[in-house]
Design a protein around this ligand. Structure first.
Ligand SMILES: Nc1ncnc2c1ncn2[C@@H]1O[C@H](COP(=O)(O)OP(=O)(O)OP(=O)(O)O)[C@@H](O)[C@H]1O
Ligand SMILES: [Mg+2]
Length: 481
């Protein structure tokens, strides 16, 4: 790995230097060739294993934990920081610079009561979902590897520690700006320094002046809206949309109790601790705005409030536009800005039908690849209990799609955007159980390779596209990780 150390060198006072605490008996549980390519790596090897498990230092790495704060479930925590993630620096490769973070690498000055560790099940889930979302073209942090160990850690019971090696274009979160706004008591030097660094590193097309700042915030609003539009379009619930888990680049970030919806349910909750449903699937667009409002407040010392409000006011338009555009591709009609509102209604009627008929979201959308738009009959229709309701919707939908000259091509296009395979919770759970009980990571590798091509057919792994078995329905994940 070739590192540069821009954050470390330019932002002293924004982190604490801290070394990983080695884990014992480190071994590769998972490795992503696709992520490796981003930073110019090819094969896993023993030296890399020793480096990424914290057993030996990597040349040119600086080890540090960043400080930030954040709104967690609506309440402000003035100081959080990386309690279990240690960044080695920015690895440079053919695809730019990527922070390499060892998540679960041991205690840091921000660990509070925590042990600085991650348990194997959560490390495996983060590894799988990072790479699966990337293959679905969703903006996301990546995972190079997951490393197992025999180090015991205590949660509700004794478990084994593991490390996810995360790659992210940046680890700067909304919470970074909140921290340097609220802790500096009116002084704006550090906040300005952080904004300037963010612009120089990640928004080089913008100038470090008032106009550049305003444009930057507008871009953050849009990329956040875009990310959430992606989530809604694929039926992904993040589960912990605290402001410290919101990347300033609009990348999906920090994967804990996330889930893909199986049977469609607008108010689906995946986080065991989310008693109020604050982060329910259907709440995500609104929470995105709420989080951006927190960010806007943190930036108010350096950006005029009228400009912040104007940018926030565009959030909903961005979100709807991106969502409708993605859904239009999935459903096979041309995206037109002037049609937004009608299209949104048409899409909403479909999801209402899916919910009322208790249908699986991923499977149902995949069936658009078999629809003949000129015929009333389809496998999707066969699955409906409310056939009349569906027929009414379908004729409106037929009108919207219009004539299709080449039906086969149209169907192939639908299959190219509606995944057959997503990381259903029960699949991740099966991989975890095999590792837990037998140290066997073959299932993990199979799931990873299928999800790397989620739009393709994988005849051998047809089962991975199935609805969950009874034990795996509505699995709700605990926050303990
Ligand atoms: N086992 C732990 N030991 C120490 N700190 C922890 C532990 N688990 C979580 N934290 C800290 O609690 C805060 C909230 O945790 P959260 O689950 O959002 O983040 P995370 O999953 O640990 O990391 P990241 O946001 O970098 O993906 C963070 O500051 C995190 O570092
Ligand atoms: Mg977090």
């Amino acid at each position: 790995m070739n590192f540069k150390q821009d954050f470390f060198e330019q932002l002293s006072g924004f982190y604490s230097q801290v070394y990983p605490t080695p884990i014992t008996q480190p071994h590769w549980l998972g490795w992503s060739d696709d992520a490796a390519k981003l930073i110019g790596l090819t094969q896993p090897n023993d030296e890399l294993l020793m480096q990424l498990s914290g057993n030996i230092a990597a040349p040119d790495a600086s080890y540090y934990a960043q400080v930030y704060s954040g709104h967690q479930f609506g309440g402000y925590t003035p100081r959080l920081g990386d309690g279990r993630s240690i960044i080695m620096g920015e690895a440079t490769g053919p695809h730019g610079a990527w922070d390499v973070a060892l998540k679960g690498a041991g205690p840091t000055p921000y660990s509070r009561q925590g042990d600085g560790r991650a348990v194997m099940r959560s490390a495996v889930r983060e590894f799988l979902i990072s790479e699966a979302l990337a293959a679905l073209d969703v903006p996301t942090s990546r995972a190079l590897a997951v490393i197992g160990s025999d180090l015991p850690v205590w949660r509700e019971t004794q478990e084994q520690a593991a490390i996810t090696v995360r790659l992210a274009k940046s680890h700067i979160r909304f919470g970074h700006f909140e921290y340097f706004c609220h802790s500096e008591q009116g002084r704006t030097e550090k906040l300005t320094q952080l904004v300037n660094f963010t612009l120089a590193q990640h928004f080089p097309h913008l100038s470090a002046d008032k106009a550049g700042y305003v444009q930057w915030f507008n871009e953050v609003v849009e990329s956040t809206a875009k990310m959430i539009a992606h989530w809604q379009s694929i039926g992904f619930a993040h589960g912990v949309m605290n402001t410290d888990n919101m990347s300033i680049l609009g990348d999906s970030f920090d994967f804990g109790p996330f889930a893909f919806i199986d049977t469609f349910k607008e108010d689906f909750i995946c986080n065991h601790s989310d008693h109020q449903g604050r982060y329910a699937f259907g709440q995500q667009p609104g929470i995105g705005l709420w989080n951006l409002q927190c960010l806007a407040q943190a930036l108010s010392p350096v950006i005029a409030s009228d400009d912040l409000v104007a940018a926030l006011n565009r959030y909903q338009t961005h979100l709807v536009a991106h969502y409708v555009e993605l859904m239009a591709q999935k459903l096979g009609f041309d995206y037109q800005v002037s049609q937004h509102q009608q299209d949104l209604t048409l899409i909403g009627q479909l999801t209402t039908l899916l919910e009322a008929n208790q249908l699986d979201y991923t499977q149902s959308l995949r069936q658009f690849g078999q629809i003949d738009i000129h015929s009333q009959h389809s496998s999707l229709r066969d699955n409906m209990i409310d056939v009349d309701g569906f027929d009414q919707w379908f004729s409106r939908y037929q009108q919207r799609v219009g004539n299709v000259a080449d039906m086969r091509q149209w169907q192939a296009q639908r299959n190219g955007v509606n995944p057959k395979y997503v990381l259903r919770n029960y699949l991740a759970q099966e991989a975890i159980i095999d590792i837990e009980e037998r140290g066997d990571n073959r299932k993990l590798k199979q799931i990873q390779s299928v999800l790397a091509q989620p739009f393709a057919e994988h005849a051998e792994f047809e089962d991975f596209a199935k609805r969950p078995p009874e034990w795996g329905q509505g699995l709700i994940m605990s926050c303990s990780s």
